[in-house]
Design a binder for this molecule. Structure first.
Ligand code: COI
Length: 364
């Protein structure tokens, strides 16, 4: 039973009325459930101390390696409540595998897939009342992460590592939701380089995105569109928290090829669903010059971004230094809306899960 996460219930859970008030308008990442799952790794003992206990702060020595060298990775996935009260995860095995790849890139120990899944399921079961009712697009957002917990200032892989899972009831990441976002094409910042950490889900990638995000907001945009260089001759990469997709008038669903971008679970889901909507999925490099020209001449009819937190978010406009253009009439596209509805339909159990993507955590 290497994967058993022993549950020690919190003695101070949130009163029901307070939880109900939070669940009425949770926002994103602001309120947390009563418990956390955790485990510890050392070279001699491997993974041990698997448990689910009360959510509590860490106590870290000021020399703890993660505070200095950012040896940290994370994941993001959601638990969905269906109309019959049951609770489900969506393709969590994909997150487990990406977590393992991120760990390898960041010199962290690999967490077995069975531990990843067991920790999440144990936490969701312990915090079941926190999984929102399926009235809108609310879900329980789950954040597994792992960090270098050794108190040591040498630059080498840590010999004490902590794995932890926390959860928060969540509404869609963007308050504009299905209404759409605008993107700022940064020629100041790039997100990743070949051989770098772009494909890993490590905190450093997100920390480094904050200056670019501030730049985007200064120009009145919601998010950044990263290129692989600092001029507009470069290739389109991703949007920091989301992968990018283009729908063409030829019936293609085009997304930048993997390499320096995150291998999104929603990205893969959308590519798999594309043929159901008469779209041919295409993964290939896309230059910014091509994107701009094909939006202008009408070859690209819709643009959207996809991620676990963001679901499918239409992109309605793109801006850069000295130019701005809208996508179509700057209204969210019809095919984007249909794909979005299909993904959410499967996640919330409103349509049949013909792909076997859902994993039941709690029965009705
Ligand atoms: C996710 O979509 O789960 C993410 O990790 C994006 C973001 C909230 C950092």
């Amino acid at each position: 039973m290497g994967s058993a996460f022993r549950v020690v219930r919190s003695a101070h859970t949130t009163p029901e009325a307070e939880r109900a008030a939070i669940l009425a308008a949770p926002g994103f990442g602001r309120y947390f459930t009563d418990h956390m799952a955790s485990a510890v790794w050392t070279p001699d003992a491997g993974w041990h101390e698997r448990r689910v206990g009360a959510l509590e702060p860490f106590s870290l020595h000021p020399s703890t390696a993660v505070l200095h060298y950012a040896q940290e990775i994370f994941e993001g996935l959601k638990a969905y409540r269906h109309a019959d009260g049951s609770v489900w995860l969506f393709r969590p095995e994909r997150n487990a595998r990406r977590f393992a790849r991120s760990a390898e890139r960041m010199g962290l120990p690999r967490l077995p897939e069975a531990d990843f899944l067991a920790s999440i399921e144990a936490l969701v079961r312990a915090d079941e009342p926190w999984v929102p009712a399926p009235t809108g697009e609310e879900s329980l957002y789950i954040r597994p992460f792992m960090f270098a917990a050794e108190a040591f200032l040498g630059v080498r892989p840590a010999e004490r590592v902590v794995y932890c899972v926390i959860a928060c009831p969540a509404q869609p990441y963007f308050s504009s939701g299905a209404g759409g976002v605008t993107l700022w094409v940064s020629t100041t910042y790039t997100r990743a380089a070949k051989g770098g950490t772009g494909a890993a889900k490590c905190g450093g990638n997100y920390g480094a995105s904050l200056a670019a995000q501030t730049e985007a907001e200064r120009h009145g945009c919601d998010q950044v569109l990263y290129l692989d260089g600092t001029d507009e001759e470069g290739h389109v990469e991703e949007s920091g928290a989301m992968n990018l997709f283009l729908i063409t008038s030829r019936g293609e669903l085009v997304t930048p090829a993997l390499g320096t971008i995150l291998e999104g679970v929603t990205r893969d889901t959308v590519l798999a669903l594309a043929p159901e909507f008469g779209l041919t999925p295409v993964e290939r490099p896309v230059t910014f010059r091509e994107l701009r020209a094909s939006v202008t001449d009408g070859t690209v009819t819709e643009v959207f971004a996809a991620g676990t937190a963001a679901v499918l978010t239409p992109v309605t406009g793109i801006k850069g230094e000295g130019y701005a253009f809208t996508i179509g009439s700057s209204e969210p596209g019809k095919q984007t809306a249909a794909l979005r509805e299909r993904v959410l339909g499967i996640q919330y159990g409103r349509v049949e899960d013909t792909y076997g993507w859902l994993r039941r955590v709690l029965g009705p």
